[in-house]
Design a protein around this ligand. Structure first.
Ligand code: SAM
Length: 453
């Protein structure tokens, strides 16, 4: 009997993976071309499938090129005709219904043209989006991060969209869909798939006022994992989509795409993973706009002062600087919503007389030079914040404090969990991802508060 050591060693896990082999054959068939300097694997990657460099790769090298006919969307699915005919009744706030209907059909159709591609994934729940966690787990681990609220909205929308739009449409096309098979559970799994795998082609400069492009599935591009410090980027041309190296990549390195400038809470909500909070250069924390209002109300000392804050807030609402569910965003270097925050602080802190003048002028005087965008960004950067007027700092400090108080765990106990030897290893994957989201947000809020003490 051959011992382990004598067995011939396989060159690559690629060869053992039948679904991957079928997918690569399908890629040849649809003229999706892959550079011979890269390969797909589940070994040596950060998460399941990923792409690795077989050789050193130069900046600008095209890693693969996907002809537009190989993109899966409502216009390339077998369901194209009925989706086009039913376009009007398939409109929804997400704009995802036609793609989801196409995916429900193609994912479950044994002889679908897309089967070798879609068969790569047999269990979308493995993606472990918080929408698959229990409500209790979300509350316990993610309270204060904004994710529980976002997931509740998603789940309500999924249910409503399925019952009110998808189900009636499927019933009127029994030749393509069957509600017994195309259940709301499958629909939810495919929502998670679209969240984590789809791409949205950016609008051209002259299309900025148009609706965003609908999402589409981009085979091969969606095999790439993400890091903020990525080394590849997807380019859109009229005939093809190309993944291009944006810097030199060494043999053996993983090829990483960017899914956008994603804070950890967004990565967890949309993709089910996080980057270590210290290395995610795009990490960010939100301060509810309503917390700034609460902070401004809190320091009023008379009914008249209270009324003035209410009036100022309603002007800010009319100017669309603030909204009931809006947030001010802080990244690792300062504010990312400068105009909104600067204007809000300025209006909330101005005297009664200045506010009256402001209203009469319907905004700032033309020559009010300190309100240009670069000045606002500078003033609200972590470098500029210490020089803000004391009243502005107090307001912002209190608003950050309200946000901090929404978390269940305090920052120090979270930090100990991360730093004490052995304690991180005891956490399950969900606890560990939640910890990175919480700690990233709290660190940003803490840094902010330190600068405006
Ligand atoms: N690894 C995926 C696969 O095997 O199908 C291909 C990438 S897919 C577009 C996105 C998913 O990959 C995410 O939802 C997450 O599960 C995983 N992923 C991507 N980047 C990751 C990272 N840096 N760390 C952990 N998981 C990651």
């Amino acid at each position: 009997m051959a011992t382990e050591a004598k067995r011939p060693k396989r060159e690559s896990s690629e060869e053992d993976d039948q679904p991957l082999q079928n997918f690569l054959l399908w890629c040849d068939k649809v003229n999706l071309t892959l550079s011979n300097k890269v390969y797909l694997s589940k070994e040596g990657t950060v998460a399941e499938y990923g792409m690795l460099a077989k050789d050193d790769i130069e900046e600008g090298h095209v890693l693969f090129s996907i002809p537009r006919q190989a993109l899966l969307h409502q216009g390339t699915s077998k369901t194209k005709k009925v989706l086009e005919e039913g376009k009007e009744c398939l409109e929804s706030s997400s704009g995802w219904v036609p793609l989801l209907l196409a995916l429900m059909y193609e994912y479950t159709c044994p002889d679908s043209h897309w089967r070798p591609y879609l068969s790569l994934w047999t269990d979308f729940k493995k993606l472990d989006h918080p929408m698959f966690w229990s409500k209790e787990e979300r509350e316990r681990l993610l309270k204060g991060t904004g994710i529980p609220e976002a997931v509740d909205t998603d789940l309500t929308n999924i249910q409503t969209e399925y019952n009110d739009t998808v189900l009636p449409f499927m019933r009127s096309h029994p030749e393509l869909w069957d509600p017994e098979r195309h259940t709301v559970e499958l629909y939810q799994c495919l929502v998670a798939f679209v969240m984590a795998y789809s791409f949205q082609e950016p609008l051209e400069d002259d299309e900025e006022d148009e609706d965003p492009n609908p999402p589409m599935m981009v085979p091969m591009a969606d095999m790439l994992n993400h890091v903020s410090n990525h080394n590849a980027n997807l380019e859109y041309t009229p005939d093809n989509l190309k993944m291009v190296a944006v810097r030199q990549i060494k043999k053996g390195e993983e090829i990483f795409n960017t899914y956008g400038q994603m804070a950890n809470w967004q990565l967890l909500h949309m993709y089910g993973f996080t980057e270590p909070f210290s290395t995610n250069s795009n990490d960010a924390a939100d301060i509810q706009m309503s917390s700034l209002y609460k902070a401004a109300v809190q320091v009023t000392q008379s009914e008249a002062e209270h009324r003035l804050v209410v009036e100022k807030w309603s002007v800010l609402c009319e100017m669309e600087m603030v909204g009931e569910k809006g947030v001010f965003v802080f990244g690792k270097n300062g504010s990312l919503t400068d105009t909104e925050l600067y204007t809000s602080l300025k209006v909330l802190c101005m005297s009664k007389e200045d506010f009256k003048e402001f209203q009469e002028n319907e905004g700032w005087e033309e020559d009010d030079g300190d309100d240009d965008e670069s000045k606002m960004a500078e003033a609200l950067s972590f470098e500029g914040l210490p020089a803000l007027a004391p009243q502005w700092k107090r307001l912002l400090h209190a608003a950050a404090g309200f946000t901090m108080n929404q978390f269940s765990q305090d920052m120090e106990s979270d930090r100990r969990l991360l730093e004490e030897p052995g304690s991180l290893a005891k956490l399950g994957p969900r606890e560990s991802k939640a910890l990175h989201v919480r700690l990233g947000q709290k660190s940003i809020l803490h840094d902010l508060q330190q600068l405006i003490q």
